[in-house]
Design a protein. Structure first.
Length: 258
């Protein structure tokens, strides 16, 4: 029989031997787990949802009047996917009528489950190369089959892949944003004043519907290249899209890859 003798007044009672042993085991286990993680060098898994939208209109051509969508995809897509730690990544085309386009490629998991001995960084790099290949296939389909420039429709289509339980969604849009579909041509609109732009945006969203991209981060590439020598027209063009995407859609537009 063990008798617990009261500790002298003013001195703390020593912890029971069993409690000390348990604490020591737990501490050693935690240390061992940390050491194993450090030795294995296993990178933290990616979780970011991303989208890629590619413009197959005539202005995407690789000539003096185009913005060369293929070259811009090759120059920016890998960096975008790596910078944003993209995992599930979806794709959408910009065509004559983007939402009804037959051009499509399947979503990709860019950080898939692998064996414990696999090189995760190498796997991610390989999957980003597959993503570029698929984006280029989508671009060629859009250019060959349904050339056009329904930019807003392309954004609405990629919005269908946005996670429903999380506002975090990064979207790369390779396009000059020169909307030109059967019902709306941006170049024919009066964008000269705030009032005229507001009226134009109202009519545009009424006929084409607003993409569900609230809270998303949009990264344009090739944006406004048609107007790069005309400051006044570019300012009007930029004001139109800023008011539409940030004011109405409530997305965040970035210039990182422009």
């Amino acid at each position: 029989m063990t008798v617990n003798t009261p500790a002298p007044k003013g001195r703390p009672r020593p912890a029971p031997r069993r409690a000390l042993t348990t604490a020591l085991v737990l501490a050693l286990a935690a240390t061992a787990a940390t050491a194993c993680d450090a030795v294995s060098g296993e990178p933290k898994r990616y979780s970011q949802a991303c989208g890629v939208v590619v413009d197959g209109s005539g202005s995407a051509a690789a000539d003096k009047t185009g913005f060369d969508a293929e070259a811009k995809l090759k120059a920016t897509l890998n960096t975008f996917l790596s910078d944003n730690k993209c995992r599930k990544t979806s794709f959408a085309p910009i065509t004559k009528v983007s939402q009804a386009s037959k051009c499509q490629v399947s979503p990709l998991d860019l950080d898939p489950d692998t064996s414990k001995t696999a090189d995760r960084d190498r796997t991610r790099k390989a999957m980003r190369a597959v993503a570029l290949s698929n984006a280029l296939k989508l671009l060629r389909c859009a250019q060959d089959e349904e050339p056009g420039s329904d930019v807003l429709g392309g954004l609405s289509r990629i919005a269908l892949t946005k996670p429903s339980d999380d506002d975090s969604f990064d979207v790369l849009v390779v396009s000059d944003f020169d909307q030109g579909d059967p019902d709306f041509r941006l170049g024919r609109q009066d964008l000269s004043t705030a009032a005229s732009r507001e009226k134009t945006i109202d009519a545009f969203l009424k006929s084409h519907h607003k993409p569900e991209l609230s809270g998303a981060d949009i990264y344009p590439v090739g944006y406004g290249m048609k107007y790069h020598t005309d400051t006044s027209r570019y300012d009007q063009f930029n004001s139109f899209w800023t008011e539409l995407l940030e004011g109405r859609v409530e997305a965040h537009v970035h210039t990182t890859y422009r």
